[in-house]
Design a protein around this ligand. Sequence first.
Ligand code: ADP
Ligand code: MN
Ligand code: MN
Ligand code: MN
Ligand code: MN
Length: 366
Amino acid sequence: MSTTSLASNSAFMARYMALEQPRDKIMVTYVYIHPGNDNLAHFSGKTKVIDFVPKQASEVPLFDFALVTGDSLVEVFIRPVQLYADPFRGGDNKLVLCDLLSADMTPLACNHRYSCNEAMDAARDQHPWFGVEQEFYLMNADTNWPLGWPTNGYPEPLTAPHAFYYGAVGAGKQFGRDVMEAHLRACLYAGVNIWGETSEGQPSQWEYQVGPCEDIRLGDDLTMSRYILLRVAEDLHIDVSFDPKPVAGWMGNGAHTNFSTEAMRAPGGLPEIKKAIEKLSKNHAKHMRVYDPLGGRDNSRRLTGQYYSSKMDKFTSGEADKGVSVRIPMHVIKAGKGYFEDRRPAANCDPYLVTEAMVRTCCLNE
Ligand code: ADP
Ligand code: MN
Ligand code: MN
Ligand code: MN
Ligand code: MN
């Protein structure tokens, strides 16, 4: 289907966007993730009009509706947990991130935020911080092929593609910069703790970073940043692929997860970083099962040792080395304190599962 929305209708929409909004009517978009039949996370949003300006998520009313899961309909509650300004409607309108509860108010099986929050509560005195580097491809929505690539073909040159396209400028090298500019500004407006963005190694492959965020906030801000990206791209009739390997033979998409505790960030924290990496090395298989949505199967297409990736079945670590599972950045070695980078999570990972696993292994010794 090639019907476009705002991209071809901006003049039409401008008239309605400019209408004065009644002061006592606030549009709140409830954003939630739920699994589809493919086991991947799907994003949804639905709007409710309320008659006050909420100051925090807990003031926003619960929403109940019937969720399609597999062949059946299940009555669920979506519970507001984190409030953001709405960059699409502006004004006092809100986006509110929600988690999913069943009719008896217990978390649904797909609600990974709930147990993540329990782990974060238990580790609160260690002040865990996370930062995620979210990689993805922008896709031509009609051909399901990376934006700007020749139809049924590949961009040039095939040799040293990373050096050629990373951070590059120029027509023919960059596609979708308007998506990235809009996304960055929309995230800042919304209150998502976004850290930066850069084009990646292949044309139409991009990365933005979220963080550092303390505990559960990383999962919340990363989830909302993904929703905002999907929405911005939708307005331009562009798709987003978080697939760990959208095109076989070309660079895959990761979600490098940077991690620190207060002890690692303190002067002389480097030994604390090494202790955590040692613990991770002993739990490699366990982590790989939650670092993508298919229990490791999805990531196995990406972690082949090619293109600065590590190997799926083997834990490795190193200093300033990009072919390893876990890396300590150069500037951290120099400062003797800071954080480390777990390069294994796939771009389509559930950040609640990833940060929970890191905290349970590194902080709670489980
Ligand atoms: P890379 O050099 O691997 O490309 P980036 O510059 O893309 O790294 O991303 C760095 C990430 O590290 C960001 O997401 C940032 O939020 C995160 N980060 C920075 N400081 C810390 C810290 N002390 N603890 C955890 N994460 C951090
Ligand atoms: Mn209905
Ligand atoms: Mn990066
Ligand atoms: Mn990257
Ligand atoms: Mn990285």
